[in-house]
Design a protein around this ligand. Structure first.
Ligand SMILES: [Zn+2]
Length: 426
């Protein structure tokens, strides 16, 4: 009887063991950089049910449905870009809630970005359209700062309309969509008054969320130092931190003390590279003197992507060549931005978190980088996005490292799970 029982139990226990150790995907032998968890070592990363299931010294091939060798590459949390413009498709000419925006999936995965935050392209009036048009349809995770202007970043003076800056309505929208809306934005304001800043801060106070400030036209009536040393609250974000209009360096090239004071107060400084907001004359001396970005972001739009910004990995490469270490650059592109937008479930490879993973390679060679005023920096390293995993699925694979040799394939059509192959017309 005892033997019979053992016999009956054996297959069940084997089965249980198998399901317990089986991974859908293992990224094998890469240099894992996970700043939040203090991991910086060669590890195998196991993914099961769309979640990070293991970060271990060794996961046997037999425990995985699919193994991808990423030896010599860097495995990081999915990159998180907190300044982008994604409200495309409205047909509005010359506007960031229109033709200046991009559909995120066409740009994110190829540069290892798995989450973007739209930086105020929409306001409380047109956010529902933005959500329906882009956010709900994108494979990229799209979050949003809501513009304090009800009509968002419409062209033709829409952003200058103080009458349309309604803190209550803006804050109310954030309460309606707490999973998507991470804070509020003011941008491109040209007037001499503090109205735009005051109104966005008001929305931030009502909803208890951070604000992101694009300071617009820098005017003597509202000096930038006052913004970061007294107006903003700890956790609020000053984007475009290396724009040439910010008083940053003294005559000898040292960083002005008020900027460190602001940092000490908890003000967040974000890159927001964009088309006109990043100059080496500011960034290089500032980084050398320890005024580093809290977060690295692109300000992706149709202008910046075809100019000096290009994409997330290109902006990160600039900081590598300026002298920051790779782990430092990764920290500021993953965990730091996740904290800034209060989404600490993102930006790390913590067990149980969503399987958004980036695989990067550092290419050595002779490269050039340009800034917003046409300046060029020569560099010898460049980050390349090899593989992007979003929600456990491979969504970008530059060199086909997830694939088998063509002449060894016996199955020519993907089965149940989408693996990046486009549907075939029949
Ligand atoms: Zn922007």
């Amino acid at each position: 009887m005892r033997y019979l029982l053992a016999f009956l139990l054996l297959p069940i226990s084997l089965l249980a063991q198998e399901t317990a150790t089986k991974y859908d995907l293992v990224l094998k032998g890469g240099n894992v950089i996970d700043p939040h968890n203090g991991v910086q070592a060669v590890r195998d990363v196991g993914i099961r049910d769309h979640k990070i299931a293991a970060v271990e010294n060794h996961i046997p091939d037999s425990a995985a449905t699919k193994v991808i060798s990423v030896k010599g590459m860097f495995v990081t949390p999915g990159l998180l870009d907190i300044h982008t413009h994604d409200y495309a498709g409205t047909g509005l000419r010359g506007a960031y809630d229109g033709d200046n925006s991009v559909y995120p999936d066409g740009f994110t995965f190829r540069s290892c970005v798995t989450t973007v935050v739209d930086a105020g392209s929409s306001g409380w009036k047109n956010f529902p359209d933005f959500k329906d048009r882009v956010i709900d349809r994108a494979k990229t995770r799209v979050l949003a700062f809501i513009n304090i202007v009800g009509n968002g970043m419409g062209g033709g003076g829409v952003e200058q309309n103080v009458e349309d800056m309604d803190p209550e309505a803006t804050a109310a929208l954030a309460k309606k969509y707490p999973d998507i809306i991470v804070g509020f934005k003011t941008a491109h304001f040209e007037g001499p008054e503090w109205t735009a800043v005051d109104r966005v801060l008001n929305a931030g106070k009502i909803a208890q969320l951070p604000v992101m400030i694009d300071f617009g036209r820098f005017r003597p009536e509202r000096p930038y130092p006052e913004l970061v040393t007294s107006k903003l609250r700890p956790g609020d974000i000053s984007t475009h931190m290396y724009i040439d209009f910010i008083p940053m360096l003294d005559a000898t090239g040292n960083v002005l003390p008020y900027l460190f004071d602001a940092k000490k107060r908890g003000i967040i400084f974000d890159v927001g590279h964009g088309g006109g907001s990043f100059v080496f004359n500011q960034a290089i001396p500032a980084v050398k003197h320890g005024f580093l970005p809290d977060s690295i972001s692109t300000d992706l739009h149709i202008g910046s992507m075809n100019a000096g910004m290009k994409n997330m990995t290109n902006v990160m490469s600039k900081f590598l060549n300026i002298g920051m270490t790779l782990p430092d650059v990764i920290l500021r592109s993953t965990w730091n931005p996740a904290k800034e937008i209060h989404h600490e479930e993102l930006g790390s490879l913590t067990l149980g978190s969503v399987a958004d993973v980036s695989v990067l390679r550092v290419e050595k060679g002779k490269f050039g980088f340009t800034d917003s005023l046409g300046g060029r920096l020569e560099g010898n390293k460049k980050l390349v996005c090899e593989l992007t995993v979003r929600d456990g699925l491979v969504v970008w694979d530059l060199n086909g490292i997830s694939r088998e040799p063509w002449n060894k394939r016996t199955v020519f059509r993907p089965n149940s799970t989408w693996d990046g192959t486009l549907p075939t017309r029949r």
